[in-house]
Design a protein around this ligand. Structure first.
Ligand SMILES: [Zn+2]
Ligand SMILES: [Zn+2]
Length: 283
């Protein structure tokens, strides 16, 4: 085990949106890693407001952003994050945010993406013709405005044509809504939570949580080869039912693996499943 694998190592963080604020002190403290911000245009790999579609899934985009930062700074180690906003798995009525944090390590020759899933998120949008001020202000309040930013786009047009981002003041919001309604073919504006990290403290906390998870993993050495980054690679389902002993869909074991060698292990969670979760006892 080499817990000091990242001591004094300089790594780039590709971000235009202040992600260094939580990640820099955290990774310094936990790993001794020195983060330099690579101010590269990460918007070329997709924007939340839709002007640029995201090329590929969030993990791939996070890895590509990390590479952009490494190319810009010459660092051999690079990090980047990417968020995915949608519904909680299996519960489509609950909004969720999955934050991916990617690490590319060209010194040791591996890549790693850790993620956290949280229901602490404010993503959502509303469409307004500008007349229902109460409804607009109610939406704004629910998204955490004004500490959380909003975006305003004319309804029914290409978002690239007129999106206003980072709206944090009531006067700016009302002005942007009036303009967007005027520029929209159907006279309406789409107001949405601004999901960029620096305008969204809730998302920034989720990115910090992903940072803690990545730091934990990088601080864990492989029992086989000593490489950093040993940790969870998946789960095995089939926890036995407490009633009939048959397999259920619940997690029976956590699978652990190394990012560099073939070492694998299986950590059983123990216990039994409630018969209420069993397809035979409770079909
Ligand atoms: Zn190993
Ligand atoms: Zn059963």
């Amino acid at each position: 085990v080499r817990p000091a694998a990242y001591q004094h190592v300089v790594a780039s963080l590709a971000t235009m949106h202040g992600k260094q604020w939580p990640l820099k002190p955290l990774l310094r403290r936990r790993l001794g890693l020195r983060l330099v911000t690579a101010d590269v245009d990460t918007d070329v790999l997709g924007t939340f407001t839709g002007e640029v579609p995201r090329p590929g899934d969030a993990e791939q985009v996070a890895l590509r952003k990390a590479r952009l930062g490494m190319a810009a700074t010459g660092a051999e180690v690079g990090l980047a994050s990417e968020g995915s906003f949608g519904a909680y798995p299996g519960a489509p009525w609950i909004p969720a945010d999955r934050e991916h944090l990617a690490l590319v390590d060209d010194r040791l020759g591996f890549t790693l993406v850790e993620s956290v899933l949280t229901t602490q998120t404010n993503h959502g949008s509303t469409t307004t013709d500008g007349r229902d001020l109460g409804g607009l202000l109610d939406f704004a309040r629910r998204t955490g405005f004004p500490s959380h930013g909003l975006t305003v786009t004319p309804a029914g047009v290409d978002p690239a044509a007129g999106v206003v981002k980072g709206v944090h003041r009531l006067g700016d919001l009302l002005h942007a809504v009036r303009r967007a309604c005027r520029d929209s073919p159907d006279g309406r504006a789409v107001v949405a939570a601004d999901l960029r990290a620096h305008t969204n403290p809730t998302r920034m906390r989720a990115i910090a949580a992903a940072g803690r998870r990545l730091a934990d993993r990088l601080a864990t050495g492989c029992p086989g080869c000593g490489s950093p980054g040993y940790g969870r690679t998946g789960v095995e389902r089939g926890l036995p039912c407490g009633g009939c002993g048959g397999p259920t869909e619940l997690v029976a074991a956590v699978l652990l693996g190394c990012v560099r060698c073939a070492y694998r292990s299986r950590s059983p969670v123990g216990g039994t499943a409630d018969p209420g979760c069993c397809p035979r006892c409770n079909p």
